[in-house]
Design a binder for this molecule. Sequence first.
Ligand code: DGY
Length: 321
Amino acid sequence: MKPNVLITKPIPAEVESFIAEHCRYTMWNESGPMPLEQYHRLLAEADGLLTTTSDRITKEKLDHAPRLKVISNIGVGYNNFDLDEMKKRGIIGTNTPGVLDETVADLIFGLMLAAARRIAELDAYVRAGRWSEADGANLFGIDVHHRTLGIIGMGRIGEAVARRGKWGFGMNVLYHNRNRKPEAEAELGAQYRPMDRLLAESDFIVLMTPLTPDTHRLIGENEFKLMKNTAVFVNASRGETVDEQALYEALRDRRIYAAGLDVFEREPLSGSHPLASLPNAVLLPHIGSATGRTRADMAMLAAENLVAALEGRRPPNIVTS
Ligand code: DGY
């Protein structure tokens, strides 16, 4: 009999057909998450789980999944996994690196431009019929081109951001990373900096590090104090890499110029969150990879990982730590 798969979110038809060739499956087709009781009931029968990075894989869920062999994330991050518990139970975890790099880098540049040139703020003036009020010096923005771009977390997405900065906008690129990146240094002239120097020298600071115990609240009050008061801070990694209260205070007190945020400590962000009251914060609903083509590619890669594991082959993208 074909293995049984639980899919927690609607997926493109071609991905569904691929899964149907290899597996029996149940798919949650509603908007919003599946009720927990139903999720637990379906997990009891599941050999494989195809899910997204917003789905926290808790010990409780795993306790309801005695047959589970693989959890395949549609996403590159996997901080939603409890890897220790999964390992104890022999459950493989997989993710979707590579296919989303350029799309997320585009979005990061969008956030940099929107925050620096006050795009959302000025859009609101036009919609409110206040065009003529919107050209005063108090609403001027700051330049992006030829400024200094500091990237924290120089993985594939960080490098894609660096290429845009260097070749598209003539920016000077600094980076901080666990390991030096000789190729990025040679190709882009990217210069390594210790964290404190990167924060002090950069005009645009892009945080792209994965969330781990080491990067939890990596950027807090002290780090914001090191930034220029003209700095633009962009986070498209995970909300928990930043102390959100410290970020709010730095923006409110104009200790930094602006922020572009795609991720938050608690998602979805409430409309009454203090950050939502600030004109110098551009807020997006965690859409870094959200183009039709890229989300379809991610779903297909996740399905390939899933099917490989269920057929006893090594999935192309196993996560280990
Ligand atoms: C990812 O792929 O990890 C994105 O942040 C979407 O969750």
